[in-house]
Design a protein around this ligand. Structure first.
Ligand code: GLU
Length: 198
């Protein structure tokens, strides 16, 4: 059980994500990370350990942009490390995941047979690979996600961003909660209402 937050709007995403993650930190201390679209490309910053480590790194190397996703991890598959920290990023597709993909081993074997190279030991990374594979033939993120959902077994709340469609975040869930905050010219999404209260 971890914490996930997403933001799209006019504010600096880094601030909103950090503020939300601080309120979710009780859900995972193994690593933390954010990914922000800077107007040209995704900027990703991840750290092993508590959120304070990520905050320090972002103070010295801030990421600027108005769309982003963030995560605090409670490891279930793969050791606590920067490599296993979310957001995962595969060919411009980035995801944060709360939960467990029960059939991740089968999916991973299939993807490796097809030539996929995995960077982490997590169950979550398979989701980024599957979506990225669909995006070779599909042209929008939502359609690609809808094709992947029937393949996933387990409990999950997931946020997805795609560098080629940077004004969109797709959120989907099966089991764990996801809360959507609708503002004026901005949207928030998180695994717990605590993250949105400010
Ligand atoms: N199963 C994923 C992992 O181990 C997500 C864990 C979580 O919900 O924090 O990275």
């Amino acid at each position: 059980m971890c914490g996930i937050v997403g933001y799209i709007g006019e504010r600096e995403a880094q601030q909103v994500l950090l503020q939300g993650l601080k309120r979710l930190e009780y859900r995972g201390y193994d690593s933390a990370g954010v990914l922000v679209f800077d107007g040209t490309r995704f900027q990703r910053v991840r750290c092993e350990g508590k959120l304070g480590e990520l905050e320090k790194r972002l103070q010295s190397h801030p990421v600027h942009g108005h769309v982003g996703i963030g995560h605090t991890r409670w490891a279930t598959h793969g050791v606590p490390s920067e490599r296993n920290a979310h957001p995962h990023l595969v060919a411009g597709v980035s995801i944060v995941h709360n939960g467990i993909i029960e059939n991740s081993y089968e999916l991973k074997e299939e993807l490796i047979r097809e030539g996929a190279i995995f960077e982490s030991e997590t169950d979550s990374e398979v989701v980024a690979h599957l979506i990225s594979k669909e995006l070779k033939t599909e042209h929008d993120l939502e359609t690609a996600v809808l094709k992947v959902i029937p393949r996933l077994e387990g409990a999950y709340a997931i946020l997805v961003a795609w560098e080629k469609e940077p004004e969109t975040l797709v959120a989907f869930k099966h089991g764990p909660p996801l809360v959507l905050g609708v503002g004026k010219q901005e949207m928030f999404v998180a695994s717990d209402i605590q993250a949105l209260l400010p």
